[in-house]
Design a protein around this ligand. Structure first.
Ligand code: DGT
Ligand code: CA
Ligand code: CA
Ligand code: ZN
Length: 578
């Protein structure tokens, strides 16, 4: 078992012991052990091999044995027994924000709560509000948490959906009967969350394809098995549809099942205005079937052919949201969208100095490997103590280390010294101006007090935006897709303030954030705001998130010249020194 999974097991042990009301010191030992392990820089396997695990502060004898057992065998009897002794419905309650082991224990003991259903009931009866340490507000929060959980369960992060689709697509491609295959729907459009997967195949022999699809690995349930259409539910809850069409229909069907519905409606209107009828089966003169006239259907060897037949510029899937793309395509005014290869670096990244998993040197090496021209390092500031935020002294030594690395010529990439500075609750920054003046740039982010009212939150961000040292705001809305709603704020006023003060808003590319949301970017960029796409990397492989960020930027109609980190180093240096 690897370190990440062991950390999770230790945390679950701590929570289950809390629910069972065990000695708080023992409980704490598991949580702090998990945290110690998580932030440990050395390789766990090596430390165990050298018998040094027990020497690490925060990992006692009992924990050492358990970690070693988990590492070597992937199992732990103690854990299995604990799992068996706690009702499984109680562990589901952990998905609800604000509920931890302690509160769950009280709910279980005093109100006999043992599942989401029974919790809903006692909340609706007003019994939770009367418990000591809960109150009306907590009860309301629990109820809205339950509601969100239901809504969230039906959708999946784009990143996850893509991983699943990428496992299924090669299997379909390998079938001899398959002529073409594509994943359509919201996945192809790059939506931040995906309801179900929509596979489309061109073939004249659908039978074996249906059989393969409904018996492939990882299926929990076959919900439909037809001649040309099947649906399955995969382990983990995701649903997938597969349709097989004759190859002459393929691109019409691909366009139709890529959607969105709103886009399709506009396209059909456009076709009708030309006396044509567009559907998943084809494009033909309107009323052809009814009248039996033989004008013949229009052929498409690609989606481009369909748009061309309607006198339209090609609309990339990212833009097919019914937000004016058909009208823009009529006028030949679609933008040339940003591409992943346009990016030349990024600015919001963490190292082991705060809560990242890799050192400054490792991050620089990875940036080199990816051929980036520059890399900004922005570890947390001191107010983010839970993320091991830097104080003035540690920040100063990191800045020095960055300058030395740049001078040493060890890496091709140019490092920018920055910081992700907390915006405190009144809008003040976590560092004084003298400290900020030593940095190349500043990312200002909110990490605490996310539930302030709209006016307070808006004013808080605007104050940070007005600060001359703030280069950009990090993950503005604070949302965690499918887990936490965006904070309340007036985004339009914040965008206006950012434009006025020449401050950027980041597009945080973490697949759980994708924040600022793509729906705002077209308007923001039209007002003259620059975007900056950042992976918020806490490990080397998080640089991959830039792909999700670029998808989101494309959905926001952004072009390369509207994105700071698509600019070459010299221009970026110039920009930052202004
Ligand atoms: P999702 O799965 O909720 O993330 O969103 P989509 O867009 O993948 O929607 P889905 O899977 O229901 O259907 C795939 C596409 O098929 C959709 O984007 C457009 C097309 N489509 C499905 N049902 C209809 C419909 O009733 N009318 C129209 N115009 N198009 C439809
Ligand atoms: Ca879908
Ligand atoms: Ca579907
Ligand atoms: Zn961050």
């Amino acid at each position: 078992m690897d370190k990440k999974d062991i950390v999770e097991v230790l945390e679950r042990i701590g929570t289950m012991m809390e629910i069972k009301g065990e000695n708080p010191f023992k409980v704490r030992a598991y949580f702090s052990g998990a945290r110690t392990l998580q932030t440990m820089e050395e390789d766990l396997g090596g430390v165990i091999e050298e018998g040094r695990l027990g020497d690490i502060q925060g990992i006692g004898k009992a924990l050492t044995e358990k970690i070693e057992t988990l590492h070597s065998t992937g199992e732990l009897e103690f854990y299995d027994k604990l799992v068996a002794s706690v009702p499984s419905g109680l562990m589901d309650l952990l998905d609800i924000p604000g509920l931890g082991g302690k509160k769950i224990k009280v709910l279980h003991e005093q109100l006999e709560v043992d599942s989401i259903e029974s919790l809903t009931r006692v909340c609706l009866d007003g019994k939770v509000a009367q418990l000591k340490g809960f109150g009306e507000k907590t009860q309301e929060k629990i109820l809205s948490g339950i509601k969100n959980r239901e809504a969230y369960a039906a959708r999946h992060l784009w990143w996850k959906a893509r991983e699943v689709a990428d496992r299924i697509l090669p299997g379909l491609e390998d079938l001899p009967q398959v002529e073409r295959v594509e994943a359509a729907g919201s996945l192809r459009r790059g939506m931040e969350t995906v309801g179900d997967l929509d596979f489309l195949v061109a073939s004249s022999e659908p039978g074996p394809i249906m059989d393969w699809f409904t018996s492939m690995e990882g299926i929990a349930e076959v919900t439909a098995h037809g001649d040309t259409k099947s649906s399955v539910r995969l382990e983990g809850g995701m649903q997938a549809d597969l349709r097989v069409v004759p190859s002459e229909q393929f691109f019409f069907a691909l366009h139709h099942f890529t959607g969105s519905k709103d886009h399709n409606v506009r396209m059909r209107q456009k076709a009708l205005s030309m006396g044509l009828s567009l559907s998943e089966w084809g494009l033909r003169p309107e009323g052809e079937k009814a009248s039996g006239r033989k004008a013949g259907p229009i052929e498409a060897q690609s989606e481009q052919d369909i748009f061309r037949a309607l006198g339209l510029q090609y609309v990339p899937p990212a833009l097919r949201e019914g937000m004016g793309e058909v009208e823009a395509a009529e006028r030949n005014e679609l933008p040339e969208l940003l591409e992943l290869s346009d990016l030349k670096g990024c600015f919001h990244n963490h190292t082991t100095a705060s809560d990242g998993r890799n050192t400054l040197e490792e991050m620089a090496g990875e940036a080199d490997r990816r051929g980036w021209e520059y890399l900004g390092i922005s570890d947390h500031s001191k107010a983010s103590f839970q993320a091991n935020g830097l104080d003035e002294e540690r920040l100063a030594s990191q800045v020095e280390a960055i300058h030395e690395l740049n001078q040493s010529g060890r890496f091709r990439v140019h490092l920018f010294a920055g910081c992700e500075v907390d915006v405190l609750s009144g809008g003040k920054l976590d560092f004084e101006d003298e400290v900020l003046d030593t940095l190349d740039y500043v990312v200002a982010s909110v990490h605490a007090g996310l539930t302030q009212d709209e006016e307070t939150m808006t004013a808080r961000f605007i104050k940070a935006i007005e600060h001359p040292k703030v280069t950009m705001v990090g993950h503005l809305s604070g949302r965690l897709l499918l887990r936490r709603e965006a904070s309340k704020m007036d985004v339009n006023r914040i965008i206006d303030a950012a434009v006025t003060h020449g401050t950027l808003l980041e597009l945080n590319a973490n697949p759980m954030r994708l924040d600022l949301d793509w729906r705002h970017w077209k308007r923001a960029a039209e007002k003259g705001m620059l975007c900056c796409i950042n992976p918020d990397a806490h490990a080397l492989h998080h640089f991959d998130y830039q792909l999700a960020g670029v998808n989101t930027a494309r959905k926001g109609w952004l072009t390369a010249d509207q994105v700071l980190n698509a600019k070459p180093l010299a221009e970026v240096k110039d920009f930052l020194s202004r």
